[in-house]
Design a protein around this ligand. Structure first.
Ligand code: GUN
Length: 298
């Protein structure tokens, strides 16, 4: 076996640090609104069922609201709730003037249509940016509320001074909540040349190897191996898979799509999982909630 001499030293993209800085900025704006007697942002979170991973994500969102001084409401429903009843609750939150933004945590039980539920959310309160309106508004001159995960990725790149214009960005995964809107944002706002790969792509490594910026949002730990990455590439891992095992102190751990240990020495910049994109998604939710509040109560 030949041993490659690695000369690259990579920069770890610290999403925890950036998100903490942004939270400080949001907290300062909330304090200012309070002082001026303006409305304090209020986020409502709808959680259906008792999926452990969803519970962890929602706990983190509540913690984030508390840390910046937002008001929040948690609404829990049993996984036996009908789509019709859930729709009625969404209608109620849509019309509740005190709630500035809300989210329905995914996944939902199989008997409930994610698309029907998502489209029921008022677009000016859709702080996840999941509705067709907000998805489409990425390509408008003034987007309303940007999809939270891609928004977080773009902000991370911007704050690290990573230039995207004219670069070849390869996005692996074309989901509605991550890969698809991210590809559009990299094109529209990032002015990158974008390739989208997905489960029907033939010869995935041929595409990933040509990426200046490789972004992956699949949910398959270890999918991106070192041989699939160009020397000096920027690697952004959006994969978030909860892996269970007795070797983890909590009984589970969050894993990304990238084989970090072997890919990092080839990268120029790389995000860890956890502590990379994850905290940025939550901060985007806060930024969107603040924006929704400012639009409703300038
Ligand atoms: N499930 C996994 N990620 C997300 C997210 O960003 N928002 C919601 N609502 N559900 C999720």
């Amino acid at each position: 076996m030949t041993q490659d001499l690695q000369t690259t030293t990579y920069t770890l993209i610290d999403g925890k640090k950036v998100s903490s800085d942004i939270k400080d900025e949001i907290a300062a704006k909330v304090a200012e609104r309070k002082q001026l007697g303006k409305k304090i942002p209020h986020l409502a979170i709808i959680l259906v069922g008792d999926d452990g991973a969803s519970q962890t994500y929602v706990d983190n969102k509540v913690k984030a609201c508390k840390s910046v001084g937002f008001h929040y409401t948690m609404m829990r429903f049993a996984d036996t709730i009908s789509e019709e009843r859930l729709m009625k609750h969404i209608d109620h939150v849509n019309n509740d003037d005190d709630v500035d933004g809300f989210i329905v945590q995914l996944p939902l039980p199989a008997h409930i249509s994610v698309e029907n539920i998502t489209e029921k959310i008022r677009s000016d309160k859709d702080v996840d940016g999941f509705t067709n309106h907000n998805f489409g508004s990425i390509i408008s001159k003034s987007p309303l509320l940007l999809p939270a995960t891609p928004y977080g990725v773009m902000e991370l790149l911007r704050r690290y001074g990573i230039e995207t214009e004219g670069k070849h960005a390869v996005v692996v995964g074309a989901s509605r909540i991550a890969g698809a809107p991210l590809s559009m944002m990299l094109t529209e706002q990032g002015r990158a040349t974008v390739t989208i790969c997905h489960k029907f792509t033939k010869d995935l490594p041929a595409y990933t190897r040509s990426a200046d910026i490789l972004l992956t949002a699949v949910g398959k730990p270890g999918l991106i191996t070192a041989d699939m990455v160009k020397e000096g590439a920027i690697v952004i891992d959006i994969g978030t898979t909860r892996v269970e095992g007795p070797e983890y102190p909590k009984g589970w751990a969050i894993k990304g799509d990238v084989d970090f240990k072997n890919v990092a020495p080839k990268a120029s910049y790389i995000t860890p999982v956890p502590g990379g994109v994850g905290p940025m998604t939550i901060v985007s939710l806060l930024l969107n909630t603040l924006r929704a509040t400012e639009l409703r109560h300038p």
